[in-house]
Design a protein around this ligand. Structure first.
Ligand code: 16G
Length: 242
């Protein structure tokens, strides 16, 4: 770190050079998303720059979206995975599109009666069985999310056949989730979630509730997920309101 951040010349203000040096470290993957930046004091010591310069460099990278500052917790490398908040894609497709290898650890894969809440969300009766799929989702070996999906068993009779991808298993039997809604809210990881995701207890997570439907509006899934807040940023595209 010292070698890279303390390379100076007279070409531009010191804080810009420091910001660029830090940026290089992040973009080269020497610091991963979620890693915390050394403290201002430490950076001052390492670089020999003044505290004001260090602070200005950090502020610049926060403005650029490369760093995130959390009150009381310090400054971190910002989430690396930009996930569309609009497209109905699967975890498997998203990971493969990034050139990564998706995997799952199964927590639950069973058929059961729905709870009242599940039946309400899926617009089925309490007598209609559901398939419950609970998974830790990993990409390139790293746990990124926990997902609990509930699907009407009438749509997915052979739940044992869900391998890597739920959406692929559904598509194979002619069930296409083509539209949906997604609610995202900030939360903190419970001790169990933290253990499954290999993160500290009470780390920030994004709780996501997704409902998907077939073309004719039949509910396909009701999924509750916990996505790592240090890894994901959800992006939506804004259009002019006419
Ligand atoms: C995504 C969905 C989840 C869906 C899963 C299917 C979010 C927040 N959740 O992870 O609702 O069940 O994809 O992925 O995006 P799969 O086909 O790889 O099993």
């Amino acid at each position: 770190l010292k070698k890279i951040v303390s390379k100076w010349d007279n070409s531009s203000p010191l804080y810009i050079q420091l910001a660029n040096n830090l940026k290089q470290i992040i973009l080269e993957g020497k610091m991963a998303s979620g890693d915390s930046l050394p403290s201002e004091r430490m950076l001052t010591e390492i670089t020999g720059a003044s505290r004001v310069t260090v602070r200005k460099a950090i502020r610049r990278l926060i403005e650029e979206g490369l760093l995130l500052s959390r009150q009381g917790a310090g400054t971190f490398v910002a989430p690396a995975i930009e996930q569309s908040g609009e497209e109905l894609t699967s975890f498997t497709d998203d990971a493969q599109d990034r050139g990564e290898e998706p995997a799952s650890i199964w927590l639950v894969r069973s058929i059961a009666s729905p709870t009242e809440e599940e039946a309400r969300h899926l617009k089925i009766s309490l007598n209609d069985p559901v398939v419950r799929l609970g998974r830790v989702r990993l990409s390139d070996g790293e746990p990124l999310a926990i997902e609990h999906a509930v699907i009407p068993a009438a749509l997915l009779p052979s739940h044992e056949n869900v391998g890597l991808s739920l959406y692929q298993a559904l598509e194979k039997i002619g069930v296409y989730p083509v539209k949906g809604t997604q609610k995202i809210r900030a939360s903190l990881a419970t001790p169990t979630e933290a253990a499954l995701l290999s993160i500290h207890e009470e780390s920030e997570i994004l709780r996501i509730e997704r409902h998907t439907f077939t073309k004719d509006g039949t509910p396909v899934e009701y999924t509750r997920s916990a996505y790592r807040g240090d890894k994901y940023v959800f992006v939506s595209y804004l259009h002019e309101c006419i």
